[in-house]
Design a protein around this ligand. Sequence first.
Ligand code: NDP
Length: 529
Amino acid sequence: MTVEAKADAVNSRETFDKYSPVDGRKLGTYTITPPDGVDAAVARARKAAPKWRDLSLDERFSYLERLREIIRRDGERYAQIISEDTGKPLVDSLMTELMSIPLFIEYYEKEAPKALKRRRLMPQLLFPGKASYVEYFPKGVVGIISPWNFPFQLAVVPMISALIGGNTVVLKPSEVTPMTGELIDDVFEEAGFPPGVVEVIQGDGSTGAALTEADIDMIFFTGSVATGRKVMAAAAKKPIPVELELGGKDAMIVCEDANLERAARAAVWGGFINCGQMCISVERLFVVEPIYDEFVELVRREVKKLRVGAPDEGSDMGPLTFSGQMGIVARHVENARKEGATIAVGGEPMEGPGQFFEPTLVLDVTTDMEIYREETFGPVLPVIKVADAEEAIQKTNDHKFGLTGSVWTGDRQKGIELASRMESGQCSVNDLVVSVGNPALPFGGVKQSGFGRYHAHEGLYAFMHQKAIMAAPDLLDVEPFWFPYAAKYPTVLKTFKGLLGGSMVTALKGFYRMLRMTQTRAGTKGTEE
Ligand code: NDP
């Protein structure tokens, strides 16, 4: 189905068919949850919320431990389902979809008790005797809308992050990968989560839209900028909090002193993993002039080595998962060619059944080309020649996206300095992509790549309200700030000036005097004698 057909189909179907991206075979028919079905799922999640919230962290983790064990036990079978659904190599299904789930559960098992416990803050001099605390409580019913490119991982990581904090979850997976949506439903059911704690509603864009309109307390959305805008507009009507994890056009900067062999292999892995359908894939490869020819030749050789094929054929790269991508990828390459770029490798859809596109290396890319400006989300690696790292950083930042990026140099400190100047949510030095799997690092974008962070402690806080509590000592009866104000003005003014002048002694004396005046109600002409 093309993107246009996908949009036209919204609201006009009760079911949808799933076809294999590998050979076009029909793999199944799925029911679209209608709006009243979405409301019913949300109502079940709301009903389940208080009991789930009131469980202890240990009790909630007991369910997640079961989930982890099921994924460990049946991971191989799950990888096959995910690969059949998406067309990605089995290695990718295991490594990028499934492996992160046990890792995140283990990380949060250690970190959540620390991150979510009530914290007592340092006493503040001007609030003597008063105890200050920060604590967290769940937002409630969270709507999670996930994309098709990593349909397991990008749904389950936010789901477990929300569940740990005591939220209940309604997941709307992508219609492009309904087999994985069904798998997620089954896995949570098998783990024995109480009814309503996790609801999975299959469907299309209309189902996602209905979820954003339903009685939920937060939306966590991963997908395109265009849909992200609609989701945010729906959230704004209520208003409820929204986190947007959107597209990317990630830069890789290769400096003169980099280990070129390593950088070339990384560029090809980072550009073609998951057939380039990854928000953090390398979509702009900046290479400095002095090593340009040598480096590009290394990259070209690596691209030529890629094995393209069905998941079970030991391929490095599968087909495009979503048929609509075929047109976008072909258009970006074709337009680049017309605008003066050189297609050094590939550039065409592949013969035969399935949605295969050749691994494509594009040279002489300039900043005005569509392939430079827009997210391609396919097996295409555009290369841009720059004079030096300075020009690369300036160009990297002069772009609407800012998700992740990487810097390659023989000098790690220099790499860190450049990384810290990159306008992105994450940046790696002599490394790429894998930082997203480090559960201790927050993940999320800047600019049109979205906002909000998940993973790490931030991934728990994303689904929690923060509450501040200040508690006065039991024996305190009056306050310096309280009524009556009469006759207090000169003292307040002196205290104010003391505070601003940095004289804590004057300020404290002032507070003490104000307290005394409140206590004695001096100078007051009240209505009662
Ligand atoms: P889409 O925006 O097309 O879809 C994302 C999800 O939103 C799908 O479940 C989709 O349902 C649903 N949806 C569609 N219309 C609506 C609507 N009106 N209201 C609510 N939900 C709706 O993105 P893709 O699935 O095509 O994913 C690819 C995009 O996601 C790329 O731009 C990529 O960069 C980005 N992405 C970002 C990541 C990040 O972490 N920042 C990670 C991975 C991908 P359906 O598919 O059934 O139509």
